[in-house]
Design a protein around this ligand. Structure first.
Ligand code: HEC
Length: 625
């Protein structure tokens, strides 16, 4: 049992032991960098072995990092300093915050791309080195590209002091100088060193893509769990050759560090072959030449880094014949007259009802349509305002870094609002949004005649906050809704006052002719929203026609039903009673009584007539007797 405990303990300890021995003093937590982003392939050389870099591995002072083509690596430190390595880069790491002993390379870039960025609050002074040059007292961010003897340095943010460390007399690069924010320096290419006010197009085109992004700080994500080293193996002479043959102050450390490698025949032979490029290895390779004991001073490299009118009754006997002759017609006419009267009244009411509800619904629908159009216009305006503030608050900060190299209109709120609403127009072509200006930066924003009138009403004070109106367009009438664009923030003037004050990359894109000379508190233009009225009014008309058609159908059906009921319940029994009364009046006292169902007035009338017939029959009997 105890044996297993010992074995497990040893296995657990193994990664700590393996390959971590180049520094004599254990590095403090602040000196340990963490690889937080790795795209592509990078190798770390530590001590006498090399291994593949992974997201989450720790990098210790003095580690050598090599990146392959297309690789991007980001290394972060506890104090929010970070390094970004581009493709085909060789870098020796030292904690970028470490004090840099005079004249000795700290964070050392042998070749390739490096971006070093440090927090500016509180200001942190960092330094790094390349061949023959120290970049000291760096605050902000700097981008370097070293290829052979050529070097390009861009002070993206903050400043950096450059100190020539080249041999006195040899290639006079320059005297110590300060590279200010936005300045770009090229050394080499067979030309004298020159400082330019902006980076060259070639440099910007070649920049590793990751350098343009404002990336989040990811240190805390990896802080608690360290990735273990992978694919640990020995390195060959070819793997480290650029380092062994670097400039003297850099390469000397390897004599101590890799002394044991000299025992490997292949490594030794290669070392011996290029001995002239690294003479300091001579005593290791050929100790016999040196009789007295040779002491190698170990350089310690460092860096920072959703109504019923029943008036017609057949009355007296005097009209008997007449009555007999007229009966059938009388019955019909009688009915017809009543029905006719009824229908006349009904139709009159019906028409009145139609007219009243037609008028009311038409007015209501039109009012709704107008409100809908106005609401659409207000909604579009709110969308534009929302896109503007979204761009300002969220997009602009993300593009901050890229804007230093090339001007991106995507960061301009006016541009985003116009683009988003133009996208909307693909589906709703008659809608429109425009930031109409008299003197715009982008010519597509120039106010056309009617828009210029709106702008001048705002400028003359004829309108204050909003303007509404309807305008005829080839596509039909359209409602516009406008709000003034006034410069209330002095920060706007950086890009809109003078060509000199504007960022150079912006002037490159838009030219020096338009969009300048705006003044503080000046109304320079208007946000104009156009909404077609046609659609809403066509819809209101359609709703009106549907409503009125159904109202007429319902009233006609009600009219028919009322005619049938009137016939059945009133006209038919009254006609029968009147015909019986006729027969009685003609002396037909034996005619049968009419049976009326129900308990209504018609039955009372039928019963009254029956009693009248009986009384009449008795009266006749009395007369006859
Ligand atoms: C970084 C420079 C910059 C700043 C700062 C800036 N603008 Fe602009 N602005 C531009 C550019 C570039 C355009 C043209 C974008 C396009 O292509 O549509 C523009 C366009 C506009 C437009 C549309 C009309 C036109 O000129 O094409 C308005 C309105 C506008 N800006 C207002 C403002 C206001 C208000 C501010 C301050 C809150 C401001 N800008 C700040 C660069 C800037």
């Amino acid at each position: 049992m105890l044996k297993w405990v010992i074995v497990l303990a040893l296995l657990g300890a193994a990664p700590l032991v393996g390959g971590v021995t180049p520094t004599r003093n254990a590095p403090s937590a602040g000196q340990v960098g963490i690889v937080t982003i790795l795209e592509g392939r990078a190798t770390v050389i530590r001590g006498l072995s090399q291994y593949d870099a992974l997201e989450g591995i720790r990098l210790l002072p003095n580690d050598l990092v090599r990146t392959d083509a297309g690789t991007f690596v980001r290394v972060e430190y506890a104090d929010q300093t970070w390094l970004e390595l581009g493709p085909e880069t060789l870098l020796q790491l030292n904690h970028p915050a470490q004090k840099r002993p005079a004249n000795r390379p700290g964070l050392y870039l042998l070749s390739g791309w490096l971006k070093l960025e440090c927090k500016s609050d509180p200001p942190a002074s960092r330094s790094l080195a390349v061949k023959d040059l120290d970049v000291a007292d760096l605050s902000g961010a700097v981008v370097l590209h070293a290829t052979g003897a050529d070097l390009a340095i861009f002070a993206e943010r903050g400043t950096a002091r450059l100190i020539n460390r080249g041999k006195r007399g040899a290639a006079p690069m320059m005297a110590p100088m300060t590279l200010n924010e936005g300045e770009f320096l090229i050394v080499g290419q067979g030309k004298p060193a020159s400082v330019q006010r902006r980076p060259t197009a070639d440099f910007v085109a070649a920049l590793p893509r990751g350098y343009l992004d404002t990336l989040p700080y990811r240190y805390s994500r990896f802080e608690a769990r360290a990735a273990t080293q992978r694919n640990q193996r020995a390195f060959s002479y070819a793997d480290v050759e650029p380092w062994i043959n670097a400039e003297a102050p850099v390469r000397r450390q390897f004599v101590v560090l890799w002394r044991r490698k000299a025992a490997e025949p292949a490594f030794r032979d290669s070392l011996d072959h290029d001995l002239a490029m690294h003479p300091e290895w001579d005593p290791v390779l050929h100790p016999e030449k040196y009789e007295e004991k040779y002491e190698i001073s170990a350089p310690t490299p460092t860096g920072r880094a959703g109504a019923q009118p029943l008036s017609r009754a057949p009355t007296t006997a005097c009209v008997r014949e007449h009555v007999r002759a007229d009966r059938p017609q009388q019955l019909t006419g009688y009915n017809l007259k009543l029905l006719f009267k009824f229908n006349l009244v009904f139709i009159l009411l019906f028409l009145l009802g139609i007219a009243a509800s037609g008028y009311m619904s038409w007015e209501l629908l039109q009012k709704n349509a107008r409100e809908e159009v106005a609401e659409n216009a207000r909604l579009m305006m709110s969308v534009a305002v929302a896109v503007r503030s979204y761009t300002n608050q969220q997009i602009k900060p993300l593009l901050k870094t890229q804007m230093i190299y090339s001007f991106l209109p995507q960061s301009v709120p006016a541009f985003s609002a116009t683009e988003v609403l133009n996208e909307l127009r693909k589906k709703y072509p008659d809608y429109g949004y425009k930031e109409a200006l008299l003197n715009p930066t982008n010519p597509r924003d120039r106010a056309v005649e009617w828009e210029a009138d709106i702008v001048s009403r705002f400028r003359n004070g004829q309108a204050e906050k909003e303007q509404y109106g309807v305008r005829a367009t080839p596509a039909g009438s359209s409602l516009f809704f406008a709000r003034p664009l006034t410069i209330t923030d002095p920060a706007c003037l950086q890009c809109h006052s003078t060509v000199e004050a504007a960022p150079k990359p912006m002037v490159d894109v838009y030219g020096p002719a338009n969009g300048f000379g705006w003044k503080f508190n000046e109304t320079v233009g208007a946000q104009v929203v156009s909404v077609p009225t046609e659609v809403a009014f066509a819809r209101a008309q359609k709703a009106f026609v549907t409503f009125m058609t159904s109202l007429v159908v319902v009233l006609v059906v009600i009219g028919l039903i009322l005619n049938v009921l009137l016939w059945w319940m009133f006209i038919r029994p009254v006609s029968q009673i009147s015909s019986l009364a006729d027969r009685i009046s003609l002396g037909e006292l034996e005619a049968p009584d009419i049976q009326v169902r129900g308990r209504d007035e018609i039955r009372t009338l039928a019963e009254s007539l029956a009693r009248l017939r009986k009384s009449l029959a008795q009266a006749m009997q009395l007369l006859d007797t």
